[in-house]
Design a binder for this molecule. Structure first.
Ligand SMILES: NC(=O)c1ccc[n+]([C@@H]2O[C@H](COP(=O)([O-])OP(=O)(O)OC[C@H]3O[C@@H](n4cnc5c(N)ncnc54)[C@H](OP(=O)(O)O)[C@@H]3O)[C@@H](O)[C@H]2O)c1
Length: 411
Protein backbone atom coordinates (compact mmCIF):
# COMPACT_ATOMS: atom_id res chain seq x y z
CA UNK A 1 0.00 0.00 0.00
CA UNK A 2 1.38 3.46 -0.94
CA UNK A 3 0.88 6.04 1.80
CA UNK A 4 1.19 9.78 1.24
CA UNK A 5 4.04 11.51 3.06
CA UNK A 6 1.79 12.61 5.94
CA UNK A 7 -0.70 9.96 6.98
CA UNK A 8 -4.18 11.03 8.01
CA UNK A 9 -5.28 9.30 11.20
CA UNK A 10 -8.78 8.78 12.58
CA UNK A 11 -8.83 7.97 16.31
CA UNK A 12 -12.09 6.27 17.31
CA UNK A 13 -12.45 6.63 21.09
CA UNK A 14 -9.84 9.40 21.39
CA UNK A 15 -10.83 10.40 24.95
CA UNK A 16 -10.19 6.92 26.36
CA UNK A 17 -7.02 5.38 27.73
CA UNK A 18 -5.86 4.02 24.34
CA UNK A 19 -7.05 7.15 22.53
CA UNK A 20 -4.98 9.42 24.77
CA UNK A 21 -1.90 7.19 24.41
CA UNK A 22 -2.36 7.23 20.63
CA UNK A 23 -2.48 11.03 20.55
CA UNK A 24 0.66 11.11 22.70
CA UNK A 25 2.53 8.99 20.10
CA UNK A 26 1.09 10.97 17.15
CA UNK A 27 2.13 14.27 18.73
CA UNK A 28 5.75 13.06 18.71
CA UNK A 29 5.70 12.69 14.90
CA UNK A 30 3.90 15.66 13.33
CA UNK A 31 5.96 15.25 10.14
CA UNK A 32 4.55 11.73 9.63
CA UNK A 33 0.99 11.85 10.99
CA UNK A 34 -1.87 14.30 11.01
CA UNK A 35 -5.03 13.86 13.10
CA UNK A 36 -8.02 13.82 10.73
CA UNK A 37 -10.86 12.79 13.07
CA UNK A 38 -11.43 12.33 16.80
CA UNK A 39 -14.43 10.71 18.47
CA UNK A 40 -15.94 10.29 21.94
CA UNK A 41 -19.24 9.29 23.50
CA UNK A 42 -19.87 11.92 26.18
CA UNK A 43 -16.66 13.50 27.42
CA UNK A 44 -17.20 16.70 25.44
CA UNK A 45 -14.80 18.90 27.42
CA UNK A 46 -11.92 16.44 26.87
CA UNK A 47 -12.77 16.11 23.17
CA UNK A 48 -12.93 19.90 22.77
CA UNK A 49 -9.49 20.17 24.38
CA UNK A 50 -8.12 17.55 21.94
CA UNK A 51 -9.67 19.44 19.01
CA UNK A 52 -8.00 22.67 20.11
CA UNK A 53 -4.66 20.87 20.25
CA UNK A 54 -4.88 18.75 17.06
CA UNK A 55 -7.38 20.74 14.93
CA UNK A 56 -8.89 17.67 13.20
CA UNK A 57 -11.17 17.99 10.17
CA UNK A 58 -13.96 16.14 12.07
CA UNK A 59 -15.03 15.36 15.63
CA UNK A 60 -17.83 12.91 16.41
CA UNK A 61 -19.96 12.45 19.56
CA UNK A 62 -22.81 10.08 20.25
CA UNK A 63 -25.87 12.36 20.21
CA UNK A 64 -27.17 15.69 18.92
CA UNK A 65 -27.22 17.32 22.39
CA UNK A 66 -23.53 16.72 22.92
CA UNK A 67 -22.77 17.68 19.32
CA UNK A 68 -24.40 21.10 19.93
CA UNK A 69 -22.37 21.51 23.12
CA UNK A 70 -19.13 20.65 21.29
CA UNK A 71 -19.92 23.02 18.39
CA UNK A 72 -20.47 25.83 20.91
CA UNK A 73 -17.18 25.13 22.71
CA UNK A 74 -15.22 24.93 19.45
CA UNK A 75 -16.70 28.08 17.93
CA UNK A 76 -15.86 30.01 21.12
CA UNK A 77 -12.23 28.93 20.67
CA UNK A 78 -12.20 29.60 16.92
CA UNK A 79 -11.62 25.94 15.98
CA UNK A 80 -13.01 25.01 12.54
CA UNK A 81 -13.50 21.26 13.23
CA UNK A 82 -16.80 19.99 11.83
CA UNK A 83 -18.91 18.10 14.40
CA UNK A 84 -20.86 14.96 13.45
CA UNK A 85 -22.88 12.63 15.64
CA UNK A 86 -24.06 9.06 16.09
CA UNK A 87 -22.97 5.75 14.61
CA UNK A 88 -23.39 7.18 11.10
CA UNK A 89 -20.86 9.91 11.94
CA UNK A 90 -18.42 7.32 13.35
CA UNK A 91 -18.72 5.14 10.23
CA UNK A 92 -18.32 8.19 7.97
CA UNK A 93 -15.01 9.26 9.51
CA UNK A 94 -13.73 5.66 9.78
CA UNK A 95 -14.24 5.11 6.05
CA UNK A 96 -13.47 8.65 4.77
CA UNK A 97 -11.44 8.45 1.55
CA UNK A 98 -8.83 10.85 2.97
CA UNK A 99 -8.10 8.65 6.01
CA UNK A 100 -5.08 6.30 5.87
CA UNK A 101 -5.03 4.87 9.39
CA UNK A 102 -7.87 4.14 11.81
CA UNK A 103 -7.21 3.49 15.49
CA UNK A 104 -10.20 1.42 16.67
CA UNK A 105 -10.28 2.25 20.39
CA UNK A 106 -13.97 2.50 21.24
CA UNK A 107 -14.75 0.15 24.12
CA UNK A 108 -17.20 -2.73 23.72
CA UNK A 109 -19.74 -3.72 21.09
CA UNK A 110 -20.31 -0.04 20.19
CA UNK A 111 -17.05 -0.25 18.24
CA UNK A 112 -18.26 -2.93 15.84
CA UNK A 113 -19.89 -0.86 13.08
CA UNK A 114 -17.23 1.87 12.83
CA UNK A 115 -14.37 -0.66 13.02
CA UNK A 116 -15.98 -2.81 10.36
CA UNK A 117 -16.56 0.31 8.23
CA UNK A 118 -12.82 1.00 8.38
CA UNK A 119 -12.01 -2.60 7.45
CA UNK A 120 -14.45 -2.56 4.53
CA UNK A 121 -12.96 0.72 3.30
CA UNK A 122 -9.54 -0.98 3.13
CA UNK A 123 -7.83 1.14 5.77
CA UNK A 124 -4.82 0.32 7.86
CA UNK A 125 -6.76 -0.60 11.02
CA UNK A 126 -5.08 -0.63 14.43
CA UNK A 127 -7.31 -2.90 16.49
CA UNK A 128 -7.65 -2.17 20.21
CA UNK A 129 -11.41 -2.83 20.26
CA UNK A 130 -11.13 -6.62 20.72
CA UNK A 131 -14.86 -6.92 21.43
CA UNK A 132 -15.71 -6.19 17.78
CA UNK A 133 -13.53 -9.10 16.62
CA UNK A 134 -14.84 -11.41 19.36
CA UNK A 135 -18.48 -10.72 18.55
CA UNK A 136 -18.19 -10.89 14.75
CA UNK A 137 -14.93 -12.75 14.05
CA UNK A 138 -15.90 -14.65 10.88
CA UNK A 139 -17.52 -11.56 9.27
CA UNK A 140 -14.66 -9.37 10.31
CA UNK A 141 -12.00 -11.69 8.85
CA UNK A 142 -13.98 -12.15 5.61
CA UNK A 143 -14.32 -8.36 5.22
CA UNK A 144 -10.58 -8.05 5.74
CA UNK A 145 -9.79 -10.53 2.97
CA UNK A 146 -12.28 -8.90 0.62
CA UNK A 147 -11.12 -5.31 1.09
CA UNK A 148 -7.38 -5.93 1.47
CA UNK A 149 -7.34 -3.81 4.64
CA UNK A 150 -4.35 -4.24 6.91
CA UNK A 151 -5.19 -5.24 10.49
CA UNK A 152 -2.55 -4.62 13.15
CA UNK A 153 -3.16 -5.72 16.74
CA UNK A 154 -2.87 -3.18 19.55
CA UNK A 155 -3.56 -5.48 22.49
CA UNK A 156 -0.03 -5.79 23.87
CA UNK A 157 -0.26 -9.61 23.82
CA UNK A 158 -1.38 -9.85 20.20
CA UNK A 159 1.04 -7.19 19.16
CA UNK A 160 3.78 -9.27 20.83
CA UNK A 161 2.66 -12.45 19.05
CA UNK A 162 2.52 -10.53 15.76
CA UNK A 163 6.10 -9.39 16.36
CA UNK A 164 7.26 -12.96 17.13
CA UNK A 165 5.70 -14.44 13.97
CA UNK A 166 6.98 -14.11 10.41
CA UNK A 167 5.05 -11.54 8.34
CA UNK A 168 2.78 -12.36 6.65
CA UNK A 169 1.76 -15.57 8.45
CA UNK A 170 -1.29 -17.34 7.02
CA UNK A 171 -0.53 -20.71 8.61
CA UNK A 172 1.04 -21.43 12.01
CA UNK A 173 1.81 -24.97 10.87
CA UNK A 174 3.70 -23.78 7.78
CA UNK A 175 5.63 -21.27 9.91
CA UNK A 176 6.81 -24.06 12.23
CA UNK A 177 4.82 -22.78 15.21
CA UNK A 178 3.98 -25.31 17.93
CA UNK A 179 2.23 -23.03 20.42
CA UNK A 180 1.24 -19.47 21.06
CA UNK A 181 1.81 -18.59 24.72
CA UNK A 182 -0.61 -15.83 25.64
CA UNK A 183 0.57 -14.15 28.83
CA UNK A 184 -1.57 -12.40 31.43
CA UNK A 185 -0.69 -10.73 34.71
CA UNK A 186 -3.50 -12.46 36.62
CA UNK A 187 -4.92 -9.03 37.51
CA UNK A 188 -5.33 -7.47 40.96
CA UNK A 189 -6.89 -10.58 42.57
CA UNK A 190 -4.37 -13.24 41.57
CA UNK A 191 -3.48 -13.94 45.20
CA UNK A 192 -6.67 -12.77 46.96
CA UNK A 193 -8.50 -15.41 49.04
CA UNK A 194 -11.39 -16.74 46.95
CA UNK A 195 -13.87 -16.07 49.81
CA UNK A 196 -12.88 -12.39 49.79
CA UNK A 197 -13.60 -11.93 46.08
CA UNK A 198 -17.34 -11.69 46.68
CA UNK A 199 -17.01 -8.34 48.42
CA UNK A 200 -14.44 -6.56 46.26
CA UNK A 201 -15.45 -3.08 45.07
CA UNK A 202 -15.30 -1.63 41.54
CA UNK A 203 -12.40 0.61 42.57
CA UNK A 204 -10.42 -2.38 43.86
CA UNK A 205 -11.16 -4.29 40.65
CA UNK A 206 -10.02 -1.31 38.54
CA UNK A 207 -6.71 -0.94 40.41
CA UNK A 208 -4.60 -3.06 38.06
CA UNK A 209 -1.08 -3.70 39.40
CA UNK A 210 0.73 -2.99 36.09
CA UNK A 211 -1.53 -1.24 33.58
CA UNK A 212 -3.59 1.95 33.65
CA UNK A 213 -6.72 1.29 31.55
CA UNK A 214 -10.41 2.14 31.12
CA UNK A 215 -12.83 0.73 33.72
CA UNK A 216 -14.46 -1.98 31.58
CA UNK A 217 -11.20 -3.63 30.51
CA UNK A 218 -9.86 -3.25 34.07
CA UNK A 219 -12.78 -5.32 35.43
CA UNK A 220 -12.25 -7.79 32.56
CA UNK A 221 -8.63 -8.11 33.70
CA UNK A 222 -9.73 -8.72 37.29
CA UNK A 223 -12.11 -11.55 36.25
CA UNK A 224 -9.57 -12.67 33.60
CA UNK A 225 -12.35 -12.41 31.01
CA UNK A 226 -9.93 -10.04 29.29
CA UNK A 227 -7.63 -13.04 28.77
CA UNK A 228 -10.64 -15.06 27.62
CA UNK A 229 -11.58 -12.40 25.04
CA UNK A 230 -7.93 -12.25 23.98
CA UNK A 231 -7.86 -16.04 23.58
CA UNK A 232 -10.75 -15.75 21.10
CA UNK A 233 -9.15 -12.71 19.44
CA UNK A 234 -5.90 -14.67 18.97
CA UNK A 235 -7.76 -17.58 17.32
CA UNK A 236 -9.13 -15.20 14.67
CA UNK A 237 -6.07 -12.99 14.21
CA UNK A 238 -3.53 -15.78 13.86
CA UNK A 239 -5.69 -18.49 12.20
CA UNK A 240 -5.15 -20.56 15.36
CA UNK A 241 -7.24 -23.34 16.83
CA UNK A 242 -7.96 -23.28 20.60
CA UNK A 243 -5.41 -26.13 21.01
CA UNK A 244 -2.69 -23.90 19.52
CA UNK A 245 -2.88 -21.42 22.41
CA UNK A 246 -1.85 -21.78 26.07
CA UNK A 247 -2.40 -19.09 28.67
CA UNK A 248 0.54 -18.38 30.99
CA UNK A 249 0.27 -16.14 34.02
CA UNK A 250 3.22 -13.74 34.19
CA UNK A 251 2.61 -11.25 37.02
CA UNK A 252 5.20 -8.62 35.99
CA UNK A 253 3.72 -7.94 32.50
CA UNK A 254 7.21 -7.55 31.02
CA UNK A 255 6.91 -10.39 28.51
CA UNK A 256 3.80 -9.54 26.50
CA UNK A 257 3.42 -13.01 24.91
CA UNK A 258 5.51 -15.68 23.21
CA UNK A 259 5.65 -18.01 20.23
CA UNK A 260 7.12 -21.49 20.58
CA UNK A 261 8.62 -23.01 17.42
CA UNK A 262 9.12 -26.61 16.36
CA UNK A 263 12.91 -26.38 16.72
CA UNK A 264 12.71 -25.55 20.44
CA UNK A 265 13.00 -21.76 20.02
CA UNK A 266 10.74 -19.65 22.20
CA UNK A 267 10.47 -16.06 20.98
CA UNK A 268 9.21 -13.42 23.41
CA UNK A 269 8.50 -9.73 22.98
CA UNK A 270 9.34 -7.69 26.09
CA UNK A 271 8.96 -4.11 27.17
CA UNK A 272 7.69 -1.87 29.93
CA UNK A 273 3.91 -2.17 30.37
CA UNK A 274 2.96 0.97 28.43
CA UNK A 275 0.49 0.83 25.53
CA UNK A 276 2.43 3.44 23.58
CA UNK A 277 4.85 0.65 22.51
CA UNK A 278 2.30 -1.49 20.63
CA UNK A 279 0.60 1.69 19.34
CA UNK A 280 3.88 3.04 17.91
CA UNK A 281 4.76 -0.38 16.51
CA UNK A 282 1.45 -0.75 14.69
CA UNK A 283 1.37 2.87 13.48
CA UNK A 284 4.80 2.69 11.87
CA UNK A 285 4.87 -0.99 10.87
CA UNK A 286 7.09 -2.20 9.26
CA UNK A 287 9.27 0.68 10.41
CA UNK A 288 10.02 1.71 14.01
CA UNK A 289 9.36 5.09 15.59
CA UNK A 290 9.94 6.59 19.02
CA UNK A 291 7.02 5.92 21.39
CA UNK A 292 8.10 7.86 24.45
CA UNK A 293 8.42 4.60 26.42
CA UNK A 294 11.74 4.21 28.26
CA UNK A 295 13.86 1.13 27.49
CA UNK A 296 13.36 -1.86 29.72
CA UNK A 297 15.95 -2.09 32.50
CA UNK A 298 16.38 -5.85 32.94
CA UNK A 299 18.83 -5.53 35.84
CA UNK A 300 16.40 -3.34 37.78
CA UNK A 301 13.57 -5.73 36.85
CA UNK A 302 15.56 -8.62 38.31
CA UNK A 303 13.17 -11.51 37.81
CA UNK A 304 10.35 -12.81 35.67
CA UNK A 305 7.80 -15.29 37.10
CA UNK A 306 5.37 -17.67 35.42
CA UNK A 307 2.39 -19.68 36.72
CA UNK A 308 -0.41 -21.79 35.31
CA UNK A 309 -3.80 -20.01 35.25
CA UNK A 310 -6.34 -20.95 37.94
CA UNK A 311 -9.63 -21.70 36.18
CA UNK A 312 -11.47 -22.28 39.48
CA UNK A 313 -10.70 -18.77 40.64
CA UNK A 314 -11.25 -17.40 37.12
CA UNK A 315 -14.12 -19.34 35.44
CA UNK A 316 -14.16 -16.74 32.64
CA UNK A 317 -11.21 -18.49 31.00
CA UNK A 318 -13.21 -21.72 30.71
CA UNK A 319 -16.29 -19.86 29.44
CA UNK A 320 -14.31 -18.11 26.71
CA UNK A 321 -12.67 -21.35 25.59
CA UNK A 322 -16.08 -23.05 25.47
CA UNK A 323 -17.47 -20.15 23.41
CA UNK A 324 -14.81 -20.32 20.68
CA UNK A 325 -15.00 -24.11 20.54
CA UNK A 326 -18.81 -23.91 20.15
CA UNK A 327 -18.37 -21.24 17.46
CA UNK A 328 -21.15 -19.42 15.61
CA UNK A 329 -22.74 -16.76 17.81
CA UNK A 330 -21.40 -18.24 21.10
CA UNK A 331 -18.55 -15.66 21.36
CA UNK A 332 -21.08 -12.90 20.52
CA UNK A 333 -23.26 -14.10 23.40
CA UNK A 334 -20.29 -14.35 25.78
CA UNK A 335 -19.22 -10.81 24.95
CA UNK A 336 -22.71 -9.30 25.30
CA UNK A 337 -23.43 -11.04 28.62
CA UNK A 338 -20.03 -9.95 29.92
CA UNK A 339 -20.67 -6.30 28.98
CA UNK A 340 -24.01 -6.29 30.81
CA UNK A 341 -22.61 -8.04 33.90
CA UNK A 342 -19.54 -5.78 34.08
CA UNK A 343 -21.69 -2.64 33.75
CA UNK A 344 -23.92 -3.92 36.60
CA UNK A 345 -20.86 -4.62 38.75
CA UNK A 346 -19.41 -1.14 38.05
CA UNK A 347 -22.82 0.28 38.95
CA UNK A 348 -22.79 -1.49 42.34
CA UNK A 349 -25.66 -3.79 41.30
CA UNK A 350 -23.80 -7.09 41.16
CA UNK A 351 -21.20 -8.92 43.22
CA UNK A 352 -17.85 -9.46 41.51
CA UNK A 353 -18.16 -13.25 41.79
CA UNK A 354 -21.61 -13.16 40.13
CA UNK A 355 -20.17 -11.80 36.84
CA UNK A 356 -19.20 -15.25 35.45
CA UNK A 357 -22.44 -16.75 36.82
CA UNK A 358 -24.50 -14.32 34.76
CA UNK A 359 -22.39 -15.06 31.67
CA UNK A 360 -22.70 -18.82 32.08
CA UNK A 361 -26.45 -18.54 32.67
CA UNK A 362 -26.85 -16.58 29.42
CA UNK A 363 -24.58 -18.94 27.49
CA UNK A 364 -26.67 -21.89 28.66
CA UNK A 365 -29.95 -20.33 27.54
CA UNK A 366 -29.03 -18.40 24.36
CA UNK A 367 -29.57 -20.02 20.99
CA UNK A 368 -26.33 -20.45 19.02
CA UNK A 369 -26.66 -19.49 15.36
CA UNK A 370 -24.31 -19.16 12.41
CA UNK A 371 -23.06 -15.60 11.87
CA UNK A 372 -24.23 -15.00 8.32
CA UNK A 373 -24.40 -11.21 8.44
CA UNK A 374 -24.12 -8.10 10.59
CA UNK A 375 -27.87 -8.17 11.32
CA UNK A 376 -27.49 -11.73 12.73
CA UNK A 377 -24.58 -10.59 14.93
CA UNK A 378 -26.53 -7.61 16.22
CA UNK A 379 -29.61 -9.72 16.90
CA UNK A 380 -27.57 -12.31 18.84
CA UNK A 381 -25.94 -9.46 20.78
CA UNK A 382 -29.34 -7.89 21.62
CA UNK A 383 -30.91 -11.19 22.66
CA UNK A 384 -27.96 -12.06 24.90
CA UNK A 385 -28.18 -8.62 26.53
CA UNK A 386 -31.89 -9.19 27.19
CA UNK A 387 -31.15 -12.59 28.72
CA UNK A 388 -28.45 -11.04 30.89
CA UNK A 389 -30.85 -8.29 32.06
CA UNK A 390 -33.43 -10.98 32.91
CA UNK A 391 -30.81 -12.90 34.90
CA UNK A 392 -29.94 -9.69 36.76
CA UNK A 393 -33.61 -9.09 37.53
CA UNK A 394 -34.03 -12.63 38.85
CA UNK A 395 -31.13 -11.89 41.13
CA UNK A 396 -32.63 -8.65 42.36
CA UNK A 397 -35.99 -10.34 42.99
CA UNK A 398 -34.22 -13.02 44.97
CA UNK A 399 -32.74 -10.20 47.06
CA UNK A 400 -29.19 -11.02 46.10
CA UNK A 401 -27.51 -7.74 45.27
CA UNK A 402 -23.94 -6.65 45.44
CA UNK A 403 -22.11 -8.45 48.22
CA UNK A 404 -23.93 -11.77 47.92
CA UNK A 405 -23.06 -14.56 45.54
CA UNK A 406 -26.30 -15.77 44.02
CA UNK A 407 -26.94 -19.32 42.93
CA UNK A 408 -28.23 -18.27 39.54
CA UNK A 409 -28.34 -21.75 38.15
CA UNK A 410 -30.81 -22.87 40.75
CA UNK A 411 -33.17 -19.92 40.17
N1 LIG B 1 -6.61 0.59 27.97
C1 LIG B 1 -5.76 -0.34 27.60
O1 LIG B 1 -4.61 -0.38 28.06
C2 LIG B 1 -6.16 -1.37 26.58
C3 LIG B 1 -5.24 -2.38 26.23
C4 LIG B 1 -5.60 -3.29 25.24
C5 LIG B 1 -6.84 -3.22 24.62
N2 LIG B 1 -7.70 -2.24 25.00
C6 LIG B 1 -9.00 -2.19 24.34
O2 LIG B 1 -9.16 -0.90 23.77
C7 LIG B 1 -10.53 -0.50 23.80
C8 LIG B 1 -10.60 0.83 24.54
O3 LIG B 1 -10.18 0.64 25.88
P1 LIG B 1 -9.90 1.88 26.85
O4 LIG B 1 -9.28 1.31 28.06
O5 LIG B 1 -9.18 2.95 26.09
O6 LIG B 1 -11.40 2.34 27.17
P2 LIG B 1 -11.90 3.74 27.78
O7 LIG B 1 -10.78 4.42 28.48
O8 LIG B 1 -13.13 3.45 28.54
O9 LIG B 1 -12.26 4.60 26.47
C9 LIG B 1 -13.28 4.22 25.61
C10 LIG B 1 -13.46 5.23 24.49
O10 LIG B 1 -14.61 4.85 23.73
C11 LIG B 1 -15.61 5.89 23.78
N3 LIG B 1 -16.92 5.25 23.86
C12 LIG B 1 -17.43 4.54 24.90
N4 LIG B 1 -18.67 4.08 24.59
C13 LIG B 1 -18.95 4.52 23.35
C14 LIG B 1 -20.07 4.41 22.49
N5 LIG B 1 -21.18 3.75 22.88
N6 LIG B 1 -20.01 4.99 21.27
C15 LIG B 1 -18.92 5.68 20.89
N7 LIG B 1 -17.82 5.83 21.65
C16 LIG B 1 -17.83 5.25 22.88
C17 LIG B 1 -15.28 6.68 25.05
O11 LIG B 1 -15.82 7.98 24.99
P3 LIG B 1 -16.06 8.84 26.37
O12 LIG B 1 -14.68 9.14 26.87
O13 LIG B 1 -16.76 10.05 25.94
O14 LIG B 1 -16.84 7.94 27.29
C18 LIG B 1 -13.75 6.65 24.99
O15 LIG B 1 -13.28 7.57 24.03
C19 LIG B 1 -11.28 -1.63 24.52
O16 LIG B 1 -11.85 -2.48 23.57
C20 LIG B 1 -10.20 -2.37 25.28
O17 LIG B 1 -10.48 -3.74 25.47
C21 LIG B 1 -7.39 -1.33 25.95
Amino acid sequence: MQFPAVQQVCVLGSTGSIGVSTLDVLARHPEQYSVYALTARERVAELAQQCRRFTPRYAVVLDEGRAAELRRELSESGVATEVLCGVAGLCQVASDARVDVVMAAIVGAAGLRPTLAAVKAGKKVLLANKESLVMAGPLFMAALTESGAQLLPIDSEHNAIFQCLPYPCDSLEAAGVEKILLTGSGGPFRNREVEELENVTPDEACAHPNWSMGRKISVDSATMMNKGLEFIEACYLFHASPQDIDIVVHPQSIIHSMVQYRDGSLLAQMGNPDMRTPIAHALAFPERIDSGVPALDLIAQGRLDFEAPDETRFPSLRLAREAIITGGSAPTVLNAANEVAVAAFLDGQLAFTAIPLIIEDVMNSAEVVELTGLDVVELADREARNLAEEALQRLRKAGAGSGETPELRSM
